[in-house]
Design a binder for this molecule. Structure first.
Ligand SMILES: Cc1cc2nc3c(=O)[nH]c(=O)nc-3n(C[C@H](O)[C@H](O)[C@H](O)COP(=O)(O)OP(=O)(O)OC[C@H]3O[C@@H](n4cnc5c(N)ncnc54)[C@H](O)[C@@H]3O)c2cc1C
Ligand code: FES
Length: 264
């Protein structure tokens, strides 16, 4: 279905760690927003026509608003960090496939399935909505979140939905090292993995998962966000039904992929 620009209203915004912002937006898009999906957020700069993709970090219980947690990376996100309560914000969405909760619930050999959520850096926000949706579906989730240091944004909130562990690069909280170091150190058992984070982390997770299913969210650079420009393709094992070649568009076929089906 064609996505059109939708106006939202900023409910609140706060800085939750250095350079990390927590933005709540009242929008009709919330009624159909799910974990792993994202919205395009437009800047006011008319020369920058393409919206910036930001993942759904939360959907309010009344399905009235969405929550975006983002890092200031450049001009667009810097502009968003100055949005204030009552401001208008234009959105494109909801975009992407998101996680299939019923598929996750059915995976593996244990009853109920044990889903391991791995988030690294700015890949952490989408994992929070996923933890919430899994808990609501009665699925056991274990969250392992990886940060640079003790500015562990959102970490407390994960504990409401899952057993939660932390890894930090500098060792100031939890396991010193990355999320996989924390999984090994704590002997965490799992039936499948869902992960979002930097590409080297996703590559390591794909290898670590072995025969177990791993669903990874690829948040690489994106342009149109709606499948038209092919600016976001990833190599796939199977031939794509749309392009008839071995690739998929991250923005429409993803951003969530079965790790065994993509070459990263
Ligand atoms: C599906 C998807 C979901 C995303 N979800 C989130 C999220 O929840 N929170 C969040 O903070 N960010 C998220 N991102 C990344 C975010 O879209 C970029 O940081 C943002 O578009 C940068 O825009 P800018 O104008 O501020 O920076 P620009 O001026 O466009 O770029 C500034 C710097 O950021 C780098 N950059 C730009 N886009 C990306 C990207 N996609 N990944 C890594 N580096 C990038 C550039 O190379 C450059 O160094 C997501 C990206 C995708 C594709
Ligand atoms: S960003 Fe244009 S096709 Fe994906």
């Amino acid at each position: 279905m064609m996505k059109s620009k939708t106006k939202g209203t900023v409910l609140s915004q706060s800085c939750i760690a250095p350079g990390i912002y927590d933005l709540k937006i009242k929008t009709t898009l919330a009624s159909d927003a799910h974990a792993g999906q994202f919205v395009g957020v437009f800047t006011k700069d008319a020369s920058a026509l393409l919206p910036r993709p930001i993942s759904i970090c939360g959907v309010s219980d009344d399905k009235d608003s969405i929550r975006l947690v983002y890092r200031v990376a450049g001009k667009g996100t810097d502009e968003f960090s100055r949005l204030d309560e009552g401001d208008d914000v234009w959105l494109l969405g909801v975009l992407g496939n998101g996680y299939d909760i019923s598929k996750l619930a059915a995976v593996g050999n244990t009853e109920p399935a044990r889903v391991l959520l791995l988030g690294g850096g700015i890949g952490i926000p989408p994992m929070l909505e996923l933890a919430k949706e899994l808990k609501a579906a009665g699925v056991n989730a274990v969250s392992v979140m990886g940060y640079r240091d003790d500015k562990a944004f959102l970490l407390d909130e994960f504990t409401a939905y899952s057993d939660t562990y932390v890894a930090t690069e500098d060792g100031s909280l939890g396991t010193k090292g990355n999320v996989l170091d924390a999984v090994r150190e704590n002997n965490i058992a799992f039936d499948c993995i869902c992960a979002c984070g930097p590409m080297p982390m996703l590559r390591a997770i794909k290898q670590f998962a072995g025969d177990k299913p791993a669903f990874i969210s690829l948040e690489e650079r994106m342009a149109c966000g709606v499948g038209a420009c092919l600016g976001c393709v990833v190599k796939t094992k199977e031939v794509d039904h749309h392009s008839h070649v071995n690739n998929a568009r991250i923005c429409t076929d993803g951003p969530v992929f079965d790790a065994s089906e993509v070459e990263i």
